[in-house]
Design a protein. Structure first.
Length: 381
């Protein structure tokens, strides 16, 4: 339970009772009335409906629904307006300053308070700047002269909680982009299993190894599945081909997720992935991969090209043209061996002239005769 703070106002002569003295702990005097020596205070209790949350006297008690405590204000015994800490800086000069104690901060209460005029109108000026209604104090916290309250959204664990009737969360109330990212990172450091941490979980350097070790985390479960699908289709290992998680799970950092300080770019290696798919023997194995849907590949047509038989080789220039005709006769067949020698003598089929053959025969006969004569002369001796 926390304390909320509000200025309180009165309307006309409305009061709870007249008394010589008010209960200064639980009441304030809005005026003294009567003759000198018999003046009486117009007393209003801290919980009275005669205290209003609107400066014009409209509404009801600012602390309705909580336990009210008077911080200060009212009229003194000398008919002087009492001062109190933070009267002008926090409570905007109101006659009364109230502390509304016992506020229970839950997302359900905040959703209810987001449509309550009292919670949206009553409030104080924060020492850190600007007016804070009771609802805003409950959401963001407040600091006044009497103390400080931390709001519901100051707890990083509540970042995703719906705190407004229109569906707004603590995160959606943060307008500064840098602060939004910082809060998302802090949240995911403590709550990595939250589905909104899918991008931050996979935006780390070495995200592949991290995800393999933490495959149950949002984002990582999709990355690990994507890697298996790539490898099953025959693509290279993700560690060697891809630059970031968007190459494996396109759009992983899109939608209602917390963002890292540096935005994760769209896959820079899309062409490498598409080219690798086109080089697969089974192109259709990658047809269902989300990462290749942007490749604009007609998988059926490309697979038909892969499966088609290769065309016959073109005819060689050295090969004779096909023909049914018999080959032309050779030169030797056309011209029998009748070519004369340089001496003009006809040659035998072996290339020896007839004269040469005759001379050879004569020499052989002479040699035989001489041999016979020598044998006979040897016997006579």
């Amino acid at each position: 339970m926390v304390n909320l703070y509000s200025a309180a106002y009165t309307k006309g002569e409305s009061r709870d009772r007249d008394a010589k003295e008010c209960d200064w702990k639980n009441e304030i005097s809005m005026r003294r009335k009567g003759k000198s020596g018999n003046r009486r205070h117009w007393c209003i209790k801290a919980s009275s409906g005669n205290l209003k949350y609107q400066a014009d006297g409209g509404g009801h008690n600012p602390c309705l629904g909580f336990t009210p405590w008077i911080i200060g204000g009212g009229i003194s015994v000398h008919d002087k307006v009492k001062d109190y800490p933070g009267k002008n800086t926090n409570y905007r000069g109101a006659l009364v300053g109230l502390k509304c104690s016992g506020a229970t901060l839950t997302d359900a209460n905040l959703r209810s308070w987001s449509g309550n005029n009292q919670m949206l109108t009553a409030g104080v000026n924060d020492n850190r700047g600007g007016f804070k209604s009771l609802y805003e104090q409950a959401v963001f916290g407040v600091e006044v002269a009497q103390g400080r309250t931390d709001g519901y959204c100051s707890d990083i664990q509540n970042l995703n909680k719906v705190i407004h009737k229109d569906g707004g969360t603590c995160f959606s109330t943060i307008k500064n982009e840098v602060e939004r990212k910082n809060q998302g990172i802090l949240f995911c450091a403590k709550n990595p299993k939250d589905k909104k941490c899918a991008c931050i979980n996979t935006a780390k350097s070495g995200f592949v190894d991290f995800c393999k070790k933490n495959s149950n985390l949002p984002g990582c479960s999709e990355v690990v599945k994507g890697i298996k699908e790539f490898e099953k289709a025959g693509l290279q290992s993700a560690t060697g081909l891809f630059g970031n998680a968007d190459c494996i799970v396109p759009g992983i950092c899109s939608g209602d997720v917390y963002q890292p300080v540096s935005p994760v770019p769209a896959c820079a290696n899309k062409n490498a992935i598409c080219n690798q798919v086109m080089n697969l023997e089974n192109v259709t194995a990658a047809a269902d991969l989300k990462a290749v849907q942007g490749c604009n590949i007609n998988f059926e047509a490309e697979q038909k090209k892969k499966d088609a038989p290769p065309p016959p080789p073109p005819p060689s220039d050295a090969s004779p043209p096909p023909s049914d005709a018999s080959p032309p006769p050779s030169k030797e067949e056309e011209e029998p061996s009748k070519t004369p020698t340089e001496s003009g003598m006809p040659q035998s089929p072996g290339g020896v002239s007839r004269v040469q053959m005759g001379i050879g025969s004569l020499v052989s006969c002479c040699s035989i005769i001489i041999l016979i004569i020598i044998i006979m002369m040897t016997r006579k001796k």
